[in-house]
Design a protein around this ligand. Structure first.
Ligand code: 5GP
Length: 182
């Protein structure tokens, strides 16, 4: 059996830290959306783990739905040109929509998605991202309303995030050893 853990250079968020962050975000969202018709939309597949935890940290009624997108061109860097592979099943018109994302880097994928979703006339449209890879001098294309925590400009895996579909099931977030992907 190969050992996923030996491919991790360092753990940057352990389970306890993750759970504190998610509880804090859930409390913020519950306060802001109290009495509103809230729909959480996660983008498959990376955001699935965060979605599962976040929805249970929210104590106002929510609906959930999922979208899947695939980007054109090289997979490593986001081009912002995406194709919707799986669309929503529910109608978001006049509902308060919160996009649940695993990690925000350039924000180009989300910018495209937000443009697409806003054309369906939701009552509001915001983003909750677990991680924000914001590097000095680099600006994301969108401004998330809720941010779990900031991460350095390294390739991270675990807690839903993959490298070549592996490591999603690690219960923590870690930096992948460069020799694994180079
Ligand atoms: P953006 O469009 O914001 O540049 O790209 C965001 C997407 O790129 C994320 O949803 C995620 O799929 C992927 N991504 C960006 N940085 C990382 C990273 O450090 N690790 C992993 N596993 N995926 C990343």
């Amino acid at each position: 059996m190969s050992d996923m853990r030996s491919d991790i250079e360092s753990v940057i968020l352990d389970q306890e830290t993750i759970s504190q962050i998610v509880r804090r975000m859930g409390a913020e969202i519950s306060r802001d959306y109290d009495g509103k018709d809230l729909v959480l939309i996660a983008v498959l597949r990376g955001a699935v783990v965060f979605m599962g935890d976040l929805m249970r940290a929210i104590d106002v009624p929510v609906s959930i739905d999922f979208m899947a997108v695939s980007s054109y061109g090289a997979a490593a860097k986001s081009s912002g040109i995406v194709r919707i592979v799986k669309d929503l099943d529910i109608d978001i018109k006049d509902r308060h929509v919160l996009i649940v994302e695993d990690i925000l880097d350039s924000g180009l994928t989300l910018k495209y998605l937000m443009k697409n979703l806003s054309s369906r006339h939701p009552a509001s449209l915001e983003v909750a991202t677990f991680l924000w890879k914001d590097v000095e001098g680099k600006q994301a294309a969108i401004n998330p309303k809720y941010v779990g925590t900031h991460v350095p400009d390294a390739f991270v895996v675990g807690y839903g995030l993959d490298f070549a579909e592996h490591y999603r099931n690690l219960p923590y977030v870690g930096i992948l050893k460069p020799e694994v992907y180079s």
